[in-house]
Design a protein around this ligand. Structure first.
Ligand code: MSP
Length: 520
């Protein structure tokens, strides 16, 4: 892939929910990807934000005796605070109550009305007045046309709504999946959507009249635009899509189409079907990939309010305090539910992953190598004399293979695959030290050339692995860069990972990257 623009987005989060592991997870994995693309030299735009309209927000605000805007301001600030707390490097934090977003949503809906993709239609159905809810014909028959909640008869009611002509996009959407199978990933999720798509599409109402907290339909302000339509548009309003000539448009619209739109599996339909259809209607290109991850569960159980077992910010903070923020990032990126199955967040697995991979492998290898360079080479990087005995590793070819594997896994959003390739280098260094035993050779004055070569190769391989791990472990790799006087990342990851860039004579100070943590 050539160096160019990359755009990654998270879902925008509802302000009527407290931030929890789900929000931190999605944003963190996007952050790892965004940082990695920046290290590769790409020009990255990383977007996250909050979804602030809709009936639920209106109701929560009413229950608390505050205005919906006040509730949105308070909770959006909380989401924004976590971006700082977890050192997330989003380039923009969009709020759907931002007037720039609201005006653009109206302009986009107007465009759809003008093209005939949005029309005013009448809906007739069985209405439960107490619940303010329509029942489908089947459900109404099931309950004998009586509300199971209030006991009152369902009413035959009609309602005028604006509709999006989703049904007109059936063929184009099916073709999209045939021609660009990678547009929805993982594969299992794409097949799920395709199955449902083949059952046939109906037009979708995109306006509501039973509450007020939303963006008015242009020219019909008694209707508010359905919160999902308002929310989906954030991905392009943040780029100034409907503000031609503006600075946002000039600076940002070039990032569209998105490279990666990361979401949770529960909001797949909106992103894999309705969103592409809206883009087709607006004659805009489609994102390269919508990636739907699965869910974290907690200690083997689904997280729910009633069980009170949500992994909340306080818990995540306590992990960060005990293990460091990089440890949390590493756990989320390597053990998370990126595939089609859910993943368990358990204290014991967190501890084990930290200890095995970060303390015993990466930390130990860097500390062993720097300690030996301290002891046998006066703390400066030795020269590779070429006199290396044993090991049988073709370091240049081996590391370059792992570098390519790490980069291509990241391109596919396979974070754990990318990290695993870097860790393969580290494990190889460990095996090489055990094999060649520089600590024994060092006792023989004639073997000093061999010791130098071995230690150069260890340090150089660790340096290359660390470049690949920097997006996941920014804090500790920064520490390693300082201790080993490696300078700042250049934005040329491939060049930086070329074998032999570590210069003999570079001071290599001793490092202890990951302290052992005792469990209570
Ligand atoms: N506002 C909508 C999205 C609109 S995007 C145009 C929404 N918001 S949300 O606050 O409910 O956030 C949902 C997202 O949080 C999920 O898609 C997922 O990214 C994340 N998670 C919520 N719970 C989760 C888990 N238990 N595990 C992992 N991530 C989950 O839906």
């Amino acid at each position: 892939m050539s160096c160019s623009k990359r755009y990654i987005s998270t879902p925008i989060y509802y302000v009527n929910d407290r931030p929890h592991i789900g929000h931190v997870y999605t944003t963190t994995i996007c952050d790892v990807w965004a940082r990695f693309q920046r290290l590769l030299g790409h020009d990255v735009f990383f977007l996250t934000g909050t979804d602030e309209h809709g009936q639920k927000v209106e109701q929560s605000a009413e229950a608390r005796g505050v205005t919906p805007q006040a509730l949105a301001d308070e909770n959006s600030a909380e989401f924004r605070r976590i971006m700082g707390m977890f050192d997330l490097t989003n380039d923009e934090f969009i709020r759907t109550t931002d007037p720039r977003h609201e005006q653009q949503v109206q302009a986009l809906v107007k465009q759809l009305m003008d093209s005939g993709d949005v029309y005013l239609g009448t809906f007739e159905g069985w209405y439960d007045a107490g619940q303010e809810e329509y029942y489908t014909e089947t459900k109404a028959r099931e309950v004998n046309h009586v509300s199971p909640i209030s006991g009152k008869p369902l009413e035959r009611a009609t309602e005028e709504n604006y509709y999006f002509k989703l049904s007109a996009y059936q063929d184009r959407l099916e073709r999209m999946f045939e021609e660009h199978p990678g547009i929805v990933r993982p594969d299992a999720r794409r097949n799920e959507v395709l199955g449902r798509l083949r059952e046939g599409l109906q037009d979708v109402p995109i306006s509501r009249t039973n509450f007020a907290w939303g963006i008015g339909v242009p020219g019909a302000s008694e209707h508010v635009i359905y919160v999902w339509i308002d929310a989906l548009f954030n991905y392009i309003t943040a780029l100034g899509a409907a503000e031609p000539g503006s600075e946002w448009h000039e600076d940002r619209f070039g990032y569209w189409p998105a490279s990666m739109q990361v979401i949770g599996k529960e909001i797949l339909w909106f992103h894999a079907v309705i969103w592409p259809a809206l883009l087709m209607a607006l004659k805009l290109p489609l994102p390269a990939c919508v990636y739907a991850h699965s869910f974290w569960i907690s200690e083997g159980q689904k997280m729910s309010k009633s069980l009170g077992n949500f992994i909340d910010l306080e818990q995540l903070q306590s992990y960060m305090e005990a293990y460091g923020s990089d440890a949390l990032r590493y756990f989320l990126a390597t053990q998370g539910p990126l595939g089609a199955t859910d993943a368990d967040f358990s204290r014991s697995q967190f501890h084990e992953t930290y200890t095995t991979d970060l303390v015993n492998t990466l930390g130990n290898c860097a500390s062993r190598t720097s300690a030996m360079i301290g002891k046998y080479c006066d703390g400066v990087c030795p020269e590779d004399t070429g006199e290396c005995a044993g090991g049988g590793v073709e370091w240049e070819a081996f590391t370059s293979e792992q570098v390519e594997a790490s980069i291509s896994s990241m391109d596919r959003f396979d974070l754990s695959g990318s990290i695993a390739a870097a860790m393969t280098i580290v494990r190889q260094v460990d095996a090489f030290i055990n094999d060649t035993e520089p600590f024994k050779l060092a006792k023989d004055p004639d073997a000093s050339g061999k010791v130098a070569s071995i230690l150069y190769r260890c340090a150089e391989a660790i340096r290359i692995a660390s470049c690949l791990l920097e997006a996941t472990l920014p804090d500790r790799i920064h520490q390693l860069r300082e201790s080993w006087h490696l300078g700042s990342p250049s934005g040329e990851l491939r060049t930086e990972c070329a074998w032999g860039r570590l210069e003999a004579g570079t001071p290599i100070d001793k490092v202890a990257l990951f302290p052992r943590v005792e469990t209570s």
